[in-house]
Design a protein around this ligand. Structure first.
Ligand code: ATP
Length: 308
């Protein structure tokens, strides 16, 4: 009996270890999928992506009761077009991007992709079509190669390097002490804001999503870096439905449509020239920026901010 029991006991111990390893892995994935604010509907199906049209219909949203951040926001991004969001700091630009990625659910109205309410589709399915280039990119404690590969885990080393070339960060990586094997993140080499953003762009290139959400960094970049980033972004975004929180002029001028947010509402909308001709909020913002040195240009200053 003892002879029989020992292997069973052994098996039991290992079984529990393996089981707890899986539990740890699950909680790790829970962490990766962010807060559990948003739940899939029991009947949720996959998003049937066709052409990439995005509609916001009378969207209302608040983070805390009583403080409405978005009120009756409606707009359409046609397939392959680029829409820029501008407006004062705190006007709700980034919130619009978070809602489309479904970090939160809307409290009024709806958001549609190709006619399907994103509230009714599986989050994983929705997010598989969307790439986000955030304001501040998180780097993991791993080497730079794996940090880029995070965009598509199955990508080969060669694909990782091609993405880095397209995002204009390849040469920079080669100058790191161990090239692509250089450890980054909290415990490794610290990257500048512009470099981290290019890592995010490289990840997005690897993921090659159908819809791109871009939250431009507010911090000023030197004009060469800025120019390189714009060029690589233009490549990524071409023919992809793109929603961009714009802080810089170059993005705005070329956008198919500009939405000017004010107090959680769309105050003006149109193309750059149209908005200038209207002589309203956008025209005033533009004028102010023209008088500001290029390195300090940002579209989302508070109107009363005249510190520059
Ligand atoms: P910026 O240009 O400064 O990034 P924004 O226009 O993108 O601003 P949002 O980040 O969308 O503005 O924020 C809109 C409002 O919602 C702000 O008043 C902000 O304080 C508030 N807010 C943002 N995130 C949260 C949150 N997680 N909980 C509570 N309030 C929030």
């Amino acid at each position: 009996i003892i002879q029989l029991y020992t292997p069973l006991n052994w098996f039991g111990t290992y079984y529990r270890m393996i089981q707890s390893a899986f539990v740890d892995m699950e909680s790790m994935f829970d962490l990766l999928t962010e807060e559990k604010e948003v739940k899939d509907d029991v009947n949720a199906g996959d998003l049937l992506f066709t052409e990439g049209r995005v509609d916001f219909q009378n969207v209302c949203f608040s983070y805390t009761a009583g403080k409405e951040i978005l009120s009756e926001v409606s707009f359409t991004v046609m397939p392959g077009q680029t829409v820029a969001l501008v407006g004062p700091s705190g006007s709700g630009k980034s919130t619009i991007i978070r809602l489309l990625f479904r970090f939160y659910d809307v409290q009024g109205g709806c958001i549609l992709i190709d006619g399907q309410d994103i509230y009714k589709v599986k989050q994983n399915s929705l997010r598989s079509y969307i790439g986000v280039v955030p304001q501040d990119t998180v780097l993991f404690n791993d080497n730079i190669r794996e940090n880029i590969r995070y965009g598509r885990i199955s990508a080969s080393d060669q694909e990782v390097e091609e993405a880095a070339v397209a995002a204009d960060i390849h040469h920079k990586i080669l100058s790191f002490p161990d090239g692509y094997d250089t450890e980054v993140g909290e415990r490794g080499l610290k990257l500048s804001g512009g470099e981290k953003q290019r890592v995010a762009i490289a990840r997005t290139i690897l993921k090659s999503p159908r819809i791109i959400l871009l939250d431009e960094a507010t911090s000023a970049l030197d004009s060469q870096t800025e120019c390189n980033i714009q060029a690589s972004l233009a490549k990524v975004c071409a023919n992809h439905t793109t929603l961009v929180v714009a802080h810089r002029l170059s993005t705005i001028i070329k956008a198919d449509q500009i939405l000017v947010l004010h107090d959680g509402r769309i105050a003006e909308q149109g193309r750059h020239e149209e908005l200038l001709a209207m002589g309203g909020l956008y025209a005033a913002m533009w004028l102010k920026q023209q008088q500001t040195p290029e390195s300090e240009v940002s579209t989302d200053e508070q109107p009363q901010d005249s510190s520059q």
